[in-house]
Design a protein around this ligand. Structure first.
Ligand SMILES: [Ca+2]
Ligand SMILES: [Ca+2]
Ligand SMILES: [Ca+2]
Length: 366
């Protein structure tokens, strides 16, 4: 008893998984058996076709059945099996109609036919769908997104052989300029897509600079839902990124379908911000440095001032309280400078750590 139960527990999931193949083989056996009867032709079958169709079709039907049986064994998919089963049921109904045997059997046969057609139709390829596509504007932002599509780390090899690893589980926040130089050019792309048939999707990525019409591919055949775009060799500008999800690898040639989504703009920026109106004035012995810094690409993220050969940089404050715009007015008060002439060095950085410097002289006392 125990062994029988174990045997059922062992076999049941396998049968559930492989039912299309089992069903296909059973159907093929029935078809082959019928085919042999047709080809032997004892007279009764030939007479049946002569009565119903008015011609000697027994041999042709036998050959067709053998071909169908062989095809079923080769293509034992759910769709093929159900389609073949539907065809057999359709012939049965037609036979019932032609021989005036329409009745309760026909209703049952029609219901099974409807089920077989539904299953076969359900296997017709459906279009993949991209739900979300995010391009992180700067490398440091990568870990702050709301998407959490996967937990395990993903490793990717960049074109020059470097390997990068993503891990959405390990927050690594911090200013972008703390990253090594090569990582500053990385723009992480992350997305979420699905396929109603459960097909494995393959992704293609391409980019287009603002003002251009054609897309340039950056990656093909991506299987993960993350990609590191190495922008190091791309010119500064604003870019759109296009993601195409395709199920073509999982379907017969020509039957693959795709979905696409465009994200951006992504700003590539390697140029330092510039200064305007940097002035110094004295309030007693306090030197007040005021000015405006502007960045063509992203936003101004800090301004520091140093003087003479003092190695310390003193951070200036944005006049509106936040470093969050491409152009910011800033102020710094340096107290207690000794009398005499001083050289002030003003350094401004953008959100990616590109920095520019200006110098001013200020005289304290007489
Ligand atoms: Ca599909
Ligand atoms: Ca810049
Ligand atoms: Ca501001």
């Amino acid at each position: 008893m125990l062994n029988a139960r174990r045997l059922v527990a062992h076999l049941a999931p396998r049968v559930a998984d492989a039912w299309p193949a089992i069903f296909a083989i059973a159907l093929a056996v029935v078809l082959a058996h019928s085919a042999v009867s047709h080809l032997r032709d004892g007279g009764a079958i030939a007479q049946h076709y002569r009565d119903v169709l008015g011609l000697d079709a027994a041999r042709a039907v036998g050959i067709a059945q053998l071909v169908a049986a062989a095809g079923l064994c080769v293509q034992a998919t759910r769709a093929m099996t159900c389609a073949a089963f539907a065809a057999v049921l359709l012939i049965a109904i037609a036979n019932q109609a032609l021989t005036d045997r329409i009745g309760i059997d026909t209703v049952t046969t029609s219901l099974v036919l409807a089920w077989a057609v539904t299953v076969a139709w359900g296997e017709v390829n459906q279009r993949p769908k991209i739900d979300d596509f995010t391009v992180y504007p700067v490398p440091g932002k990568f870990y702050e997104g709301e998407l959490n599509v996967r937990r395990e780390p993903i490793t990717q090899e960049l074109p020059d052989g470097r390997r990068v690893q993503f891990n959405s589980d390990a927050p690594k926040k911090g200013p972008a300029d703390a990253l090594p130089a090569w990582a500053q050019g990385i723009r992480p792309l992350q997305w979420k897509a699905s396929d109603p048939n459960g097909d494995d999707l393959s992704y293609r990525l391409s980019v287009r600079r603002e003002g251009e019409t054609s897309w340039t591919p950056i990656a093909n055949g991506v299987a993960n839902s993350l990609y590191a775009w190495d922008t190091t060799s791309w010119p500064d500008g604003r870019y759109q990124v296009r993601l195409v999800a395709s199920d073509e690898d999982e379907n017969p040639p020509g039957e693959g379908l795709q979905d696409e989504m465009i994200a951006g703009p992504v700003v590539l920026d390697r140029s330092a911000p510039s200064f305007a109106d940097v002035t110094t004035r004295l309030e007693g012995t306090t030197a007040v440095v005021h000015g405006r810094a502007s960045d063509a690409g992203l936003y101004v993220s800090r301004v520091d001032v140093g003087f003479d050969d003092d190695p310390t940089w003193y951070p200036a404050a944005p006049d509106d309280g936040l470093w969050d715009e491409p152009s910011e007015a800033f102020t710094l008060k340096l107290e207690g400078l000794p009398p005499g002439e001083h050289l002030l060095r003003v350094r401004v950085s953008d959100a990616l750590g590109n920095a520019g410097t200006a110098t001013r002289t200020v005289r304290i006392g007489r």
